[in-house]
Design a protein around this ligand. Structure first.
Ligand SMILES: C[S@@+](CC[C@H](N)C(=O)[O-])C[C@H]1O[C@@H](n2cnc3c(N)ncnc32)[C@H](O)[C@@H]1O
Length: 215
C-alpha cells in the first residue's frame, strides 16, 4: 500500500493549494446533491445542530443554510480549504473551522453528522477510529449519521485501491459497504435507517458510491 505515511493535514493542504479549482470542477464535486440527501433533509428539524465533517469548499453547509437550517458547522483538516470556505460563507455567517476529526473533542455533540466523500481517503488502519470519532460526536441514541464513500462490491474484501486524481503518493481506498456497516455496528451505530448506491457520472469513467444513513 502506498499510503503508510499519510498526513491528512499536510497532504490536503498541498492538494488544495495546487488543485483547488481542478478538484471542485470534477463533475461529482460541482453537480447537484444526490436525491437521498435531499430526501433526508426534508425529514430534519430546521433547528438541528448539524456538522459537515470534511466540508471542503463548504458547498453542503451553504446549501443547508440556504434551506433554512440555522445551526450549521463545517470542519475540515485543511486550513487552506477552510480559508476559502469561510470567504464563500461570509455573507451567510456560516461557521467553518480547521480541525482534524481525529482531534475533535468528544464533548461536542451534534444531532446530525454529514461525512460526504471522505471515508475513501482514510487509511484502513485509521478507519475504525475514524468511525468511532463520528459516533462520539453524535447525540447519543438519536443522533443521525449521513455517510457517503466510494465502494467496492467484491464479496469478502474489506477494500480495494485505485489511483487518486491528485496525489501520486496516496491511493483512494474503496471500502466494502458490508465492512463499513460492521465498523459502524462496533462503534455503536447499529440501526441502518436507509442505504443505497449512487452513480456519479465522471468525465471519462463512471463509478459508484454508497450512502448509509444510520444512528
Ligand atoms: C474529497 S473531499 C470531500 C469534500 C466534501 N465533503 C464534498 O462532498 O464535496 C474530502 C475532504 O475531507 C477533508 N479531510 C481529510 N481528512 C480529514 C480529517 N481527518 N478530518 C477532517 N477533514 C478531513 C479533506 O481536507 C477534504 O476537504
Amino acid at each position: 500500500m502506498k499510503n503508510d505515511s499519510y498526513s491528512y493535514k499536510g497532504d490536503w493542504d498541498q492538494i488544495y493549494s495546487r488543485h483547488y479549482n481542478g478538484l471542485y470542477n470534477l463533475p461529482w464535486m460541482r453537480g447537484g446533491f444526490d436525491p437521498m440527501l435531499n430526501e433526508f433533509l426534508d425529514t430534519l428539524d430546521k433547528s438541528s445542530r448539524i456538522i459537515d465533517v470534511g466540508c471542503g469548499s463548504g458547498r453542503l453547509c451553504l446549501h443547508l443554510m440556504q434551506a433554512g437550517f440555522s445551526q450549521v458547522t463545517g470542519i475540515d483538516v485543511s486550513e487552506e480549504v477552510i480559508k476559502r470556505a469561510s470567504r464563500r460563507g461570509r455573507k451567510a455567517k456560516a461557521c467553518f473551522k480547521a480541525i482534524d476529526l481525529f482531534d475533535m473533542s468528544d464533548e461536542s455533540k451534534f444531532d446530525v453528522v454529514f461525512c460526504k466523500l471522505l471515508l475513501h481517503h482514510i487509511l484502513p488502519n485509521d478507519e475504525p477510529l475514524f468511525i468511532e470519532k463520528l459516533h462520539n460526536i453524535l447525540v447519543p441514541d438519536t443522533g443521525l449519521l449521513f455517510l457517503t464513500f466510494l465502494k467496492t462490491d467484491i464479496p469478502g474484501v474489506t477494500c480495494t485501491e485505485r489511483e487518486s486524481y491528485f496525489s501520486k503518493q496516496h491511493n483512494v481506498i474503496m471500502y466494502n459497504p458490508e465492512y463499513v456497516k460492521e465498523s459502524l455496528r462496533s462503534a455503536g451505530l447499529k440501526k441502518i435507517i436507509k442505504e443505497g448506491d449512487f452513480t456519479m457520472p465522471g468525465k471519462s469513467k463512471q463509478f459508484d458510491y454508497h450512502i448509509i444513513i444510520c444512528k
